[in-house]
Design a protein around this ligand. Structure first.
Ligand code: ADP
Ligand code: ADP
Length: 229
């Protein structure tokens, strides 16, 4: 599903954020990416959805897309196979809940009838069917994150990438989001999630990849958080 061999990312300012990382993530896995601030977690996952380009590498494949060779005009096709969820939700403020989710299907040319059916299906899955006409500013943080998850999965991606999805949420709301991600994972979607949340990582155990200074320092089947921050 995701394969990296000796992938390096050096930013134009000469910071090397990812140093020759190799990793293999299989279909259906749930993977936490942890590490101190500035260790390279975001860069590592941004390489997976081509938000950043690798500086060098022997292999960087995500859902059968070769990201070392992919052209800019092919990136939209990659993005159909990957859903992304952010700490700050990134919803469109002038669109309703329904429109935020439907938009992801409209841009890839799905038919209106198909869009309506699928949008209601995913809004039901995230428990927000009753909020279709509401704008993001009228929702709590947890609800906004659920809309962003609905948007991320509406095109049934093989992989869901989440960068600190609970970073702006209180503990109870964070657990609700985690239960939702777990449910999506149980339906077969691979999940890669960068997080600082020790309680979540240590309680809801999954594969854990720890990054320090641009290197993978641990990769454990049901690892503990183990950092102090
Ligand atoms: P983390 O997600 O673990 O906090 P990042 O991947 O954001 O780590 O950052 C890793 C390193 O790369 C840090 O030293 C950071 O300052 C640097 N960095 C991140 N993004 C950029 C960028 N766009 N330009 C230059 N340096 C960056
Ligand atoms: P939570 O319990 O997740 O923190 P809130 O207390 O923020 O949620 O919100 C509770 C309910 O009130 C939610 O259903 C939310 O949609 C609604 N709500 C919150 N803020 C607003 C607002 N500014 N305008 C309208 N409805 C709101």
């Amino acid at each position: 599903m995701i394969e990296m061999q000796d992938v390096t990312k050096k930013y134009p300012n000469k910071t090397t954020a990812v140093r020759g990382i190799s990793v293999h993530i299989k279909q259906g896995e749930f993977v936490y990416v942890v590490g101190p601030s500035g260790s390279g977690k975001s860069t590592f996952i941004k390489l997976m959805y081509r938000e950043e380009k690798a500086t060098s590498g022997k292999k960087l494949e995500v859902v059968n897309h070769d990201l070392l060779k992919i052209k800019n005009k092919e990136v939209p096709y990659l993005r159909r196979d990957i859903g992304v969820v952010f700490q700050d939700f990134k919803l469109l403020p002038r669109k309703t809940v329904y429109e935020n989710v439907a938009y992801a299907m409209q841009v890839i040319g799905r038919k209106p009838r198909e869009i309506k059916k699928r949008v209601m299906e995913v809004l039901d899955l995230v428990g927000l069917k009753h909020k279709v006409r509401v704008f993001p500013s009228e929702l709590s943080g947890g609800e906004q994150q659920r809309v962003s998850i609905a948007r991320a999965i509406v095109n049934t991606p093989k992989v869901l990438i989440a960068d600190e999805p609970t970073g702006n949420l209180d503990p109870d709301t964070s657990w609700e989001i985690m239960k939702l991600l777990e449910r999506i994972n149980n339906q077969g979607t691979t999940i890669v999630m960068a997080t600082h949340n020790k309680t979540i990582v240590d309680t809801m155990r999954h594969r854990l990849i720890a990054i320090e200074n641009g290197l993978i320092v641990r990769d454990e089947a049901e690892g503990e958080y183990e950092f102090d921050d």
